[in-house]
Structures are given as C-alpha cells and as structure tokens.
Design a protein around this ligand. Sequence first.
Ligand SMILES: C[S@@+](CC[C@H](N)C(=O)[O-])C[C@H]1O[C@@H](n2cnc3c(N)ncnc32)[C@H](O)[C@@H]1O
Length: 223
Amino acid sequence: MQIVDSNIEKYLGDLYGPRHQVLAKMEAEARERDFPIVGPLVGKLLYQLARMVNARRIFEMGSGFGYSAFAALRHAAYIYVIIERYWWALAAEGGEIHCTEGSEANREKGETYLREAGLQHRVKYHVGNALEIIDQVEGDFDIIFIDIDKQGYPAALDKAVPRIREGGLLVADNVLWSGKVTEKKADISTEAIKEFNRRLFTRTDFAASIVPVRDGVAVAYKI
Ligand SMILES: C[S@@+](CC[C@H](N)C(=O)[O-])C[C@H]1O[C@@H](n2cnc3c(N)ncnc32)[C@H](O)[C@@H]1O
C-alpha cells in the first residue's frame, strides 16, 4: 500500500525544489542500490524538527551511508543545523551528531559523502549495533532518530526514552510500514512496528503523532 498518493508525492517533491548536489548523488546511489533512504520529504521534516528544538546533539540509529544525517544542506538537512551552530559559535557547547551503522562499507561511503560536502567534522560514525553503541555514548540528546531493522524498534524505544532531554524529540521512520500495520496477521517486522507504535502512544511522558509522509514518521515530544 502506498501511504501517500503518487501524484501528491510528486507535487510535494516539485514544490520542495532542487537539492544540494551531494544529496542528489546520494539519492542516485540509493536508487541504483535500491537502498532505503528517508528521501527529501522526510529529510526536510527532520531539518525542521531539529531547528524547532534547537538541536545540538543528535543520535541516529541506522545511518546507512549518511543521507538522513546529511538530509539537505540547503533544503532539508538537519545536520546543517549542527554545522550551522558550529560555525556560529556553539561548537564549545558540543554540537554533534552520532551516526550508527551496522555496515562498515556504508560508514565509509557516508564519511566520503560528508567530506565531499565539508560536513565530516561534526559527525561521528560508529560501526556496530546501535542498541549497544548508545550505551557507550554519554549524555542526553535533543533528538534520537530510529531507522534500524524493524524488529529492533521496541528495544530501540526502551534505549532511547531515558536518553532524550525534556523538550527533545524521538523520531522514527517507517512506522506505517507500507500500510502493513493495518493487517491483523502480520510478519515479525510489522508486529515489532505495531508494538513500537502502541507503546509509544501509551506513554504519558511523550506526546506522539505520526506524520503520514512517505512511509510514516513518528514524532514524539518529551514532556
Ligand atoms: C533504512 S537504512 C537507514 C537509512 C538512513 N537512515 C537514511 O535515511 O539515509 C537502515 C540501516 O540501518 C542499519 N542497521 C540495521 N539495524 C541496525 C542496528 N541494530 N544497528 C546499527 N545499524 C543498523 C542497516 O545496515 C542499514 O544501513
């Protein structure tokens, strides 16, 4: 099931306009490899969210080759927020994004793209299991973004919740999972996403919504 009508997707894509050349290259690579990046519409949303909470520390679970971390230097990049803060004197306050990725090859590609755009110095790529790496990185985060294997979503929620500051955001991609969340008898990944959504929406310390753009993005504000 396509969540958003393809004509609307196209309309929005046209409305948002062209992207930074490195992002366009990343999108081309994603198409070639059939690799699931968040894409420009969600990238723009991430950028806006980061600006809204004045994000300086972001932890990303499942970074692939860096598209969502980069997510639009000019038009949709939430890493841009961090870089911008860095340039404009908040470096001392520790503006940074932690990327986590299971594949060394993706890390290498991600770092190459980020270097090409001059963004590498604010990004720390960790290779391994995001659910373990988060325990090794100290401190709270303004935003934790979840985009790992879907079976890992409930565990990712448990890990993320205590690490987000009050007024910060938990953001998760693919929470409508091509509409499969509406199926009664679902596969393991779908069941995990349904559990994640159920648990997130029954928490009293988070105000959660799902933005039904692309594959569904959960946005939850820590009260
Ligand atoms: C959907 S892709 C991420 C795409 C990326 N967020 C973007 O939009 O550019 C998911 C990535 O998470 C990685 N991954 C899956 N489970 C993981 C885990 N538990 N820890 C770290 N990385 C994981 C996979 O290797 C894959 O590259």
